[in-house]
Design a protein around this ligand. Structure first.
Ligand code: EPU
Length: 302
């Protein structure tokens, strides 16, 4: 949406919030799909409560964007503004076994940074695209590791209370690809407590995970990672594959030939193409296995 509210436009610069007009979400998401909207880039956490109050009072609907790597955005002019943390150099600060990381930091870079300081445990997360904030919100995981296991504390803007809070790890529930954060909570920073390990050992773990990923996932292609959650620990990808659905296409949205739970944008796929493919595959798995697949990908519809 285009923000027209005069008061909002006047106050934004003083808050240190940049306004980018008519940004294409296709360029901010790993699927390369999505319409346009005004984007608000926040450079100071402290500005967030006031910014959100301003937007609510000015009737400007909005959503929070992390790294855009697990997200399918609708086509056309979006009926909401998009908010993103825009720190140019997000911090990773190490004190003993604790890494304090800004939510805007790239997950992979954070894992490597910690590894070089002999802090491990997160080797499985290497290659998971996106920001630390996005990984936290959904408790991202791979190869037996999930980020929630290492969380000591999270700094979060809680939309319901309209304030920034610090939550201890025990106050948050981290389950398989799910957390107890509310959908409109905004992750700001996290403290992770990590086990000490020699760098060489961590590096070896990272190499093994990278190789497994390269061998089984369509890494060079535009995707949102796995589309569906694994129901009850069974691989959704294996079921989709066994039904012979690799290569199935709706427009340019395609079930990957390498991993059937990755749906790739093979050209100029629209959100409608991708949603059509998701609905069709879900239906076929329902008929074939009697299992209802739940989206792992977050969908931004109206
Ligand atoms: N398989 C097939 N065909 C396929 C895909 C998989 O037969 O097209 C078989 C594999 O051969 C293997 C089994 O299914 O025997 C499991 O496959 P894989 O190791 O790829 O794991 P997955 O259960 O399909 C999960 C996560 C991935 C994560 C990998 C590795 C979910 C939904 N998926 O996939 O996470 O990278 O394990 O830990 O939990 C993501 O969350 O976006 C994601 C990609």
């Amino acid at each position: 949406m285009r923000i027209e509210n005069d008061r909002v436009l006047r106050v934004l610069p003083g808050l240190g919030v940049e306004l980018w007009r008519g940004v294409s979400l296709a360029e901010l998401t790993s699927l390369g799909i999505g319409g346009t909207s005004d984007l608000l880039r926040i450079t100071r956490h402290e500005a967030i409560p006031e910014l959100l109050k301003l937007l609510d009072d000015g009737d400007v609907p909005h959503r929070f964007l992390g790294g855009g790597s697990n997200l399918l955005v609708m086509d056309g002019e979006l009926p909401f503004a998009v908010l993103q943390l825009g720190q140019p150099n997000p911090d990773v600060v190490i004190e003993g076994n604790v890494a304090r990381v800004d939510a805007a930091a790239d997950l992979g870079k954070m894992v490597t940074f910690c590894a070089k300081r002999n802090l491990g445990g997160m080797e499985g997360l290497i290659g998971v695209p996106g920001t630390v904030g996005g990984a936290l919100r959904m408790n991202a995981g791979a190869y037996g590791t999930q980020i929630g296991s290492y969380v000591r504390e999270v700094k979060v803007y809680r939309a319901a209370a309209r304030e920034i809070e610090i939550l201890r790890g025990e106050q948050i529930s981290f389950e398989y690809r799910h957390t107890s954060f509310a959908p409109d909570d905004m992750m700001l920073a996290v403290k992770l407590e990590l086990p000490s390990k020699p760098y060489a050992e961590i590096l070896q773990g990272i190499r093994i995970c990278n190789e497994k990923r390269r061998a089984s996932q369509p890494l060079g292609q535009k995707s949102a990672g796995c589309i569906f959650k694994n129901p009850g620990g069974v691989s959704a990808g294996r079921m989709i594959d066994e039904l012979g659905l690799k290569g199935l296409m709706y427009g340019d949205a395609r079930v990957s030939d390498r991993h059937a739970n990755f749906f790739v944008n093979a050209g100029r796929a629209s959100a409608a193409d991708m949603l059509g493919l998701i609905a069709d595959v879900r239906e076929r798995v329902q008929q074939g296995y009697g299992v209802t697949l739940e989206n792992e990908v977050v969908v931004w519809n109206a």
